[in-house]
Design a protein around this ligand. Structure first.
Ligand code: SF4
Length: 457
């Protein structure tokens, strides 16, 4: 059963599915080997990245993430300086400290980006195999990075119930498996969406702990914006993208005051771009719901909540509402670009942000659902085609657009007078079907779209 704190997780850039997930899988594998008590027998480990992880893993930092996971690092607590040092040591020594011993590990030989072998149960597969000194296989595990930092073993994906739409909560006071059910609960209980979600979270941990974690999420989002606004330079990777948020930030603060109403776009743009430039540089990020789409929600929160005396309370309401909407997408469809294209990342982030903003603007539960629906409706069919496999073009600007669209969607929802014609459930299902029908060229493989039409250098 999922929590909104599974949707918003602290990690590192540039990708939740290609960096955070693989790091968690590699870390999980070392724990698995420890449980099997194989420390004395292991001579070699081989890791194969399959599917989208093979096609775009290099640009998304997947090999480095796997090494860090094997070295014992976790995305939530990683110390970047210590991580860099450990990677240099491993690369120079071609050896890996593992379970109290040291084995030979040559990343060029033992970490393979395998574009040939199909990734069976999900497009982001990882096969991890251990061998003894005679080359005999000791263990093989198959894992998948399913988007937003979530991971699942092959067994978990195979045994997933056919109809898992009600997994939001059988052991919570307000279980719901669809937006319609959530709205019905709100109506019956005469409570807003965030109170229903919070009551469900209370079942998992004390209220103060949830609030502390929500505040911590907001703090990491804000710190990320601040770093992105200050840090100038060129982003890592072959396409040599210059960071643009610092220059725009300076213009907004020190340039000729811009009285035009469209200056709103500049503010939303600069906050979103600051986050996604930090993400592209491998900085600390909150999945919202993924790393690639991590700029939309912090931008909207920063612009509309941060300066108000009620900032803390508004931000909690925003995150709970947006998180509840994110749970619906995660459980009824997917938040993985490798499965859904970018509609499943920036589209979902926009939908979540539109719902959160409608909530803090005083919208009713149906208006919130309507805002979330509008936020997704106009992202349907959006492909994932990152140039050079880097989470930069179109990703950085796309988050800025997602933030602007979210504000527009929330305003439209608040002015809606007639009954809405498209429900949130219908648009989520439409996104799912569109994602299934989308060619794999447009699902985080960099085999189509901008990725093949933009010259890389
Ligand atoms: S295009 Fe969208 S889905 Fe693809 S990597 Fe960029 S942000 Fe993620």
């Amino acid at each position: 059963m999922l929590s909104v704190l599974d949707i918003f997780r602290v990690g590192i850039g540039p990708s939740s599915s290609h960096t955070v997930g693989p790091m968690r899988i590699a870390r999980r594998y070392t724990k698995h080997l420890k449980r099997l008590k194989l420390a004395k027998s292991i001579h070699r480990i081989e890791i194969r990245l399959l599917g989208s992880l093979a096609w775009t893993g290099e640009g998304h930092g997947s090999p480095r993430a796997v090494l860090l996971g094997l070295l014992g690092f976790e995305p939530e607590t990683i110390d970047s300086a210590a991580a860099d040092k450990a990677i240099v040591e491993l690369t120079n020594s071609r050896s890996l400290p593992l379970l109290g011993t040291t084995i030979k590990f040559d990343p060029d030989r033992d970490l393979i980006l395998d574009c040939e072998t199909p990734s069976e149960l999900h497009p982001n597969g990882i096969t991890l195999t251990s061998f003894d000194a005679n080359g005999q296989q000791l263990d093989q595990s198959q894992w998948y990075s399913t988007g937003g930092g979530f991971i699942a073993s092959a067994e978990q994906l195979r045994t997933k119930p056919k109809n898992d739409l009600i997994t939001v909560g059988s052991n919570v006071p307000y279980p719901f498996g669809s937006a319609n059910e959530l709205l019905a609960i709100c109506k019956r209980e005469q409570k807003p969406i965030h109170e229903i979600i919070l009551a469900n979270e209370d079942q998992k941990r004390p209220r103060e702990q949830t609030e502390r974690q929500l505040d911590r999420i907001a703090e990491v989002m804000n710190d990320c914006i601040d770093r992105g606004l200050e840090t100038e330079g060129i982003l890592p990777g072959i396409i040599q993208v210059k960071r643009r948020a610092p220059a725009l930030w300076k213009t907004l603060n020190n340039g000729v005051p811009d009285e035009s109403p469209e200056v709103l776009f500049d503010w939303l743009n600069v906050y979103a771009m600051a986050v996604n430039e930090e993400n592209a540089a491998g900085g600390q990020i909150v999945t919202a719901p993924t790393n690639g789409a991590a700029g939309v929600i912090p931008s909207v929160i920063r612009y509309y909540c941060a300066a108000k005396p009620t900032a803390t309370e508004d931000t909690r309401i925003f995150l709970l509402t947006a998180g509840g909407i994110g749970l619906l997408y995660k459980q009824r469809a997917s938040i993985s670009g490798a499965e859904m294209g970018c509609q499943g990342e920036v589209g979902v982030a926009c939908s979540m942000a539109a719902g959160g903003l409608t909530a803090i603007w005083g919208g009713t539960p149906p208006q919130i659902a309507n805002g979330a629906e509008i936020g997704m409706e106009h992202h349907l069919g959006m492909t994932c085609d990152p140039v050079a496999g880097l989470v930069q073009i179109p990703c950085i600007e796309r988050n800025a657009f997602g933030a602007v669209k979210a504000a527009n969607a929330a305003r439209m929802a608040l002015k809606e007078i007639d009954q809405m014609k498209v429900s949130l459930d219908q648009v989520i299902e439409t996104m799912r079907q569109t994602g299934i029908d989308m060619s794999s060229k447009y699902k985080e493989t960099s085999q189509g779209g901008l990725a093949v039409n933009v010259v890389e250098c």
